[in-house]
Write a protein that binds this ligand. Structure first.
Ligand code: G6P
Length: 352
């Protein structure tokens, strides 16, 4: 009911603003309470595997990409991310001791269920990361980890995505014997999101710059993964055709699509490749693009950039995605669209 929306006009906006408290709830459940949610059997299964396969669809798959980076960096086990509907019927060659992580907000996605049945047939172990602990995928996997995001009503996923990355980070850090002070790093992300949400002026930007029927997000590394999610969010609810692109790859063909006022949004959270992405953005600018930069305080060049507080670079995707969620929200609002129930989409897809 609209009562649950409180002061907000849409569930999506409410859920975007809930994200700092979702992070704190994840911290509370995984890192503060005495109970050990992450069982040692699960840690051992992952540690003893020679490769982790992450399977998911949509937004959850984009969280899976970030999860891949976190596990590879902290745990040093190779990780592959696969589209669930592809993996189900075109399984890649597997290593000898694979471990499978299914990521699903709803825990009911049929494409993932098909994967799970195949994996179980082969006798391999599985973990489901989900927001619904009573869901099919949580019940049928060997292990499950809960997101604690609270019910997500808007079809376009926001807070569950943030929680998925947080849980991946906590899991990877735990396998890596707590090499990072993850509790305070996650807290810093929560604070940085809060500070941004208090002062954001994204509606003006959406009005002035998202004036076309197409749009590009570019980024490198983790920012590339965020650009995929940012593009999906904008497509889903504003119906603006958007692509997320590896910033360095844009010039190899796709730059042909840049016209006068085509919006190109660069995500820049990694100092090592910040200048490379900036020069890719300049190339689009020279061809008439309307550019926007989303970056961190320490990497900012000009005052008109969207600037977020610095956080641990591993966790930057949780922060960088927030302005892109709002860009999608305000672009859809401006167009008078049904934000919480976009056309053709369902919250959980129980058909293959
Ligand atoms: C549907 C939703 C998407 C979601 C995807 C995966 O297509 O519209 O927002 O990302 O399913 O859902 P899941 O519940 O498995 O995360």
């Amino acid at each position: 009911s609209s009562a649950d929306m409180g002061e907000y006009q849409h569930y999506m906006l409410k859920e975007i603003y809930e994200q700092p408290s979702v992070i704190r709830r994840v911290i509370q459940n995984y890192l503060t309470d005495q109970k050990e949610i992450i069982k040692s059997e699960l840690i051992n299964e992952i540690k003893n595997s020679d490769r982790v396969y992450v399977l998911a669809a949509g937004t959850s798959m984009h969280a899976g990409y970030v999860g891949k980076a976190l596990i590879e960096e902290l745990v040093n086990i190779p990780v592959e991310v696969h589209i669930a509907s592809e993996f189900a019927y075109h399984m890649p060659l597997l290593t000898k001791n694979p471990f499978f992580i299914l990521v699903s907000q709803s825990g009911e996605t049929a494409d993932l269920r098909a994967c799970l049945l195949n994996i179980k047939n082969k006798g391999f172990k599985t973990l489901t990361i989900t927001n619904v602990k009573t869901s099919t995928l949580a019940r049928e996997a060997d292990f499950y980890l809960e997101l604690f995001a609270g019910p997500e009503i808007a079809v376009a996923s926001t807070k569950a995505y943030i929680a998925q990355i947080a849980v991946f980070a906590i899991l990877a850090n735990k396998i890596a014997l707590n090499s990072i002070d993850i509790k305070s790093e996650l807290n810093r992300v929560a604070v940085a999101i809060e500070i941004f949400l208090e002062n954001q002026e994204i509606s003006i930007l959406a009005h002035e710059k998202l004036t076309k029927q197409n749009c590009f997000y570019i980024g490198r590394g983790l920012d590339y993964y965020t650009s995929l999610e940012a593009a999906l969010k904008l497509k889903e609810i504003s119906y603006i055709q958007t692509e997320g692109f590896a910033a360095g790859e844009l010039k190899h063909g796709t730059i042909a699509l840049i016209e006068d006022k085509t919006p190109v949004i660069a995500l820049i959270s990694n100092k090592d490749i910040a200048l490379n992405t900036r020069s890719n953005l300049k190339e689009t600018n020279a061809r008439g693009a309307e550019t926007i930069i989303i970056t961190l305080e320490s990497l900012k060049h000009k005052d008109d950039e969207i600037v977020l507080n610095d956080v641990n670079s591993f966790l930057a995707p949780m922060l960088m995605v927030v302005p892109t969620q709002l860009l999608a929200y305000y672009a859809a609002l401006e167009r008078g669209l049904d934000i919480d129930k976009p056309r053709n989409l369902a919250k959980s897809v129980t058909v293959e």
